[in-house]
Design a protein around this ligand. Structure first.
Ligand code: FAD
Length: 233
């Protein structure tokens, strides 16, 4: 299968980047074709705005999602966005690979989502969840963080559940656009554990990548269960 890894770490020598490099080797070893968008190395512009369109449906008032639809339909999106969309369309599995920043993704990755997951392709009208534009693709989050597992393993934990923290990504982005969402892979407490523990994370991630087909995807709504006004039937 084709795998797209969208990677967002500013330090090439980081553990997060080592985990990324390790995954590229493993996936290639498994016979997959791997593309990496290394956002910091590319100098990816994360700021959405009027320059994202070389032709405007409405030159006087920017409705960003409407211009995304127009840009996608007419092939007039900015070249850096169009290049990322080509990779997104090609992939069967999308991996967003990042260190957790403020319970979320680094801004450069948020900007990739805002600019590349365009209306008209990934969602639009009633095309969301199991009717989303990226239906048929799988997606997974791979993240490193500073916190410990027990801080995020239940409703009673100090920060609540990790999957609840990641809801804007797991549900609001990946599931919303129709992708089959695999459970996140998490390396906990990364700067504070010893080298042996980090080596174990590399081994655990290798196991994860070798067994992707055996994972149970996360559950999300089906539009079949909702009426035209999106009330549950
Ligand atoms: P690094 O510091 O790069 O690496 C840790 C150690 O691993 C280093 O000593 C490095 O030399 C070593 N290493 C490198 N390669 C290897 C290798 N191959 N094998 C073994 N060891 C290796 N954390 C949270 O939990 N919640 C938050 O909300 C949160 N918000 C943050 C917000 C910001 C703005 C920032 C900067 C950090 C935040 N963090 C948060 C912490 C952050 O998520 C972690 O610091 C980060 O994920 C750790 O991963 P890293 O790759 O950057 O670690």
């Amino acid at each position: 299968m084709n795998v797209l890894i969208v990677h967002a770490h500013p330090e090439p020598q980081s553990f997060n980047t080592a985990l990324r490099d390790h995954s590229v080797r493993i996936l290639a070893d498994l016979g997959h074709s791997v593309e990496v968008s290394d956002l910091y190395a590319m100098g990816f512009n994360p700021v959405s705005g009027p320059d994202d369109f070389t032709d405007r449906a409405d030159p006087d008032y920017l409705v960003y999602a409407m211009e995304q639809r127009h840009g996608h339909e007419t092939g007039t999106l900015a070249p850096d966005i169009a290049a990322e969309i080509d990779k997104l369309i090609r992939c069967d599995l999308l991996i967003l690979h990042f260190p957790l920043y403020w319970f979320s993704v680094p801004a450069i990755l948020k900007g990739w989502i805002d600019r590349v997951m365009v209306s008209g392709l990934t969602y639009g009208g009633r095309r969301f969840y199991d009717r989303g534009g990226l239906k048929g693709k799988k997606a997974m989050l791979t993240l490193t963080l500073g916190g410990r597992e027990h801080m995020l393993d239940s409703d009673e934990a100090i920060h609540g559940k990790l999957d609840d923290m990641l809801r804007p990504l797991l549900r609001g982005t990946l599931a919303y656009t129709g992708m089959t969402v695999l459970p996140p892979f998490v390396a906990w407490h990364v700067p504070y554990v010893d080298d042996a523990a980090r080596a174990q994370y590399l081994n655990d991630y290798e196991d994860r990548l070798r067994n992707l087909d055996s994972l149970t995807p996360l559950a999300f709504p089906s539009l079949d269960d909702f009426d035209d006004s999106m009330r549950r039937k």
